[in-house]
Design a protein around this ligand. Structure first.
Ligand code: 3PG
Length: 213
């Protein structure tokens, strides 16, 4: 059977960019996911920042089977259990706590915990988490930080998120310890609220075509 690390490698290897999504209306979930998936962006992080996030995850898991839907902003064991029940395929947290580490180890759902320092990354690795979200990536030191941490901690792989843009993503993607990047620029709130699926689709297409530089 595939390990949780192998599952994360497979999922995060599906595309260079994982959009961070904030879904205010469940009715937006399917057209938003379609705009992304139809343009080559299959792995979606639906954040638990809105009251309807769990319903949106459940809806997408059912209605858009080509999408690989994960849950973001998971900060408690209860939320980890809830997103698994909703049908999320993986979970992302902005940081790690002892409770979340324990829940992540016990859960069948792969967890991508957020870290910002070498010590946090080492704590994660000690607990079996070697696939990590670097958050907030730019504020943590961005490309320079990831280059520096690769020497002492070469087994770790990151999805930098926070301050990543279409312009700087290629520099992150060129690093040996970066699997993919995350960002909200594909589907910012204003475009989602306006139902501007065409522009989101254009941004998805450009993101899917990003290459290391
Ligand atoms: C997140 O919400 O996980 C990240 O902060 C997204 O960061 P961005 O808005 O800078 O892409």
């Amino acid at each position: 059977m595939e390990s949780k690390q192998q599952t994360l490698d497979r999922i995060l290897g599906l595309g260079p960019v994982m959009p961070v999504l904030v879904i205010n209306e469940v009715a937006d979930a399917v057209p938003l996911a379609r705009a992304l998936v139809d343009n080559g962006v299959r792995v979606l992080e639906v954040t638990l920042r809105t009251p309807h996030a769990l319903a949106a995850i459940a809806c997408l898991a059912e209605a858009v089977p080509e999408a690989v839907v994960g849950a973001g902003t998971v900060v408690s064991p209860e939320q980890l259990a809830a997103v698994e029940r909703a049908g999320a395929r993986f979970a992302v947290s902005p940081g790690l706590t002892p409770k979340l580490i324990a829940a992540g180890r016990d859960s069948a759902l792969p967890l991508l915990p957020g870290v910002m320092t070498a010590s946090e990354a080492m704590t994660a690795a000690e607990n079996g988490f070697t696939r990590l979200k670097l958050f907030p990536a730019q504020q943590a030191g961005g490309v320079g930080m990831l280059k520096a941490i690769h020497g002492p901690l070469p087994e770790l792989r990151f999805c930098p998120t926070g301050g990543v843009t279409v312009d700087n993503a290629p520099e992150f993607l060129a690093l040996p310890n970066v699997m993919c990047v995350g960002g909200s620029w594909l589907a910012p709130d204003a475009l989602v609220r306006a139902g501007n699926w065409d522009e989101i689709g254009r941004r998805a297409l450009a993101a899917a075509q990003l290459r290391p530089r």
